[in-house]
Design a protein around this ligand. Structure first.
Ligand code: ZN
Length: 361
């Protein structure tokens, strides 16, 4: 069994159980909605959830909420060849879901089922639909074909058009408690990986942590985050940080900026120390934020306003107007460097590489 097969065999994950059970009850009573918006942070395995749900709907002999894994439909799904399941993913450099993809999906839904069962479309990253794609989807949502299901997956429900959201049932997935994620992760990584560190780096997103464990992304990410902390304290230049962002990909990097600012907002609001964090640039930063003597309201407002800019930056990147990722990133990093956190005057070293090059401001 490959890693991916092993992973999907575990769906629903513990943090998905409640939604799964409810959907299974609705399925048994023929009360499922025609369209679902499956929403929650990236790293909760929501795409796997959508695929497994489609699998459950297509299986001929499901039992107690589980697919039989033996019928012809199950075998076709295992081979990724089921003719009644269609998956839509963002395409090309703009990473947008485009109108022709939605038209294709709608046409697919309107055709007769091959297996005599339901027809299912999964739209991944559905917040990346450009406006014409979203408008095309509205028509399909307004005039559903019988026995057809649309599963829209998103890590950014706020970026999905309101008219689309209002026509879907929302399944909102919450991030599990740190201890629960850790317990799950420890079962996955039997070879004594440093699970706590991975989970902290993944902002408590269990599947992101698992991914970090199996790639060198962990080191690259750690070094980028150390640089981000360094930019705030004046120990790292914007140029150095922007270079690493380009290596990671600006889209991914903005995700880290969003995570880090969320973490700092929480800490600024509650004055909380870095409980779960081991000694790392982030934990030192949170401590420093707490001791900075800066007005917490000013810190929070600055961070929230930055968060909005980062969200807008990510939208811009996903847009269809050929954005320049490097420019967007640099502009965000300049704003990041100017955040009124009161960190620059107090801090000594220890925030990543002590870069004496270009000033951060
Ligand atoms: Zn089956």
């Amino acid at each position: 069994m490959s890693n991916k097969e092993h992973l999907i065999s575990q769906v629903p994950f513990p943090w998905q159980n409640a939604h799964w059970r409810r959907l299974d009850r609705l399925r048994l009573n023929n009360q499922l909605a025609h369209a679902y918006l499956i929403a929650g942070s990236a790293g909760l395995g929501l795409q796997l959830f959508a695929v497994k749900l489609a699998h459950l709907l297509l299986c001929v002999h499901p039992e107690a909420g589980r697919t039989c894994n033996e019928c012809r439909q199950c075998r076709l799904i295992a081979k990724n060849q089921h003719p009644d399941l269609h998956r839509v993913r963002p395409e090309g450099t703009s990473r947008a879901v485009k109108v022709n993809q939605i038209r294709e999906a709608s046409e697919f839904l309107s055709m007769t089922s091959h297996a005599g069962g339901p027809k299912i479309v999964i739209i991944e990253q559905s917040h990346q639909m450009n406006p014409s794609a979203a408008n095309a989807l509205l028509k399909t949502l307004e005039e559903p074909n019988p026995d057809s299901y649309l599963l829209l997956v998103t890590e950014s429900a706020s970026a999905v058009m309101a008219t689309i959201k209002s026509r879907c049932q929302r399944l909102q997935f919450e991030t599990p408690r740190f201890e629960d994620s850790l317990e799950w992760l420890r079962k996955q990584l039997l070879d004594n990986e440093d699970e706590v560190k991975l989970l902290v780096a993944a902002d408590n997103q269990p599947l992101t942590a698992l991914e970090l464990a199996s790639s060198d992304a962990f080191e690259v990410r750690q070094s980028f985050i150390a640089d981000l902390c360094g930019v705030l304290t004046g120990h790292c230049s914007i140029r150095q940080c922007a270079t690493k962002a380009a290596k990671l990909g600006e889209h991914v990097s903005i995700g880290y900026l969003l995570n880090l600012s969320t973490l700092l907002v929480k800490s600024a609001i509650t004055g909380a120390s870095a409980n779960n964090l081991e000694d790392s640039p982030v934990s030192r930063l949170i401590q420093a934020l707490d001791q900075a003597g800066q007005n917490r309201k000013i810190q929070t407002e600055g961070l929230l306003s930055f968060y909005q800019s980062a969200l807008a930056g990510r939208q811009q990147l996903a847009g269809s107007t050929n954005p320049n990722p490097q420019l967007i990133m640099e502009s965000l990093l300049r704003q990041w460097a100017r955040l009124p956190l009161g960190l620059r005057t107090r801090l000594g070293g220890g925030f990543g590489p002590d870069n004496k090059g270009e000033s951060a401001q």
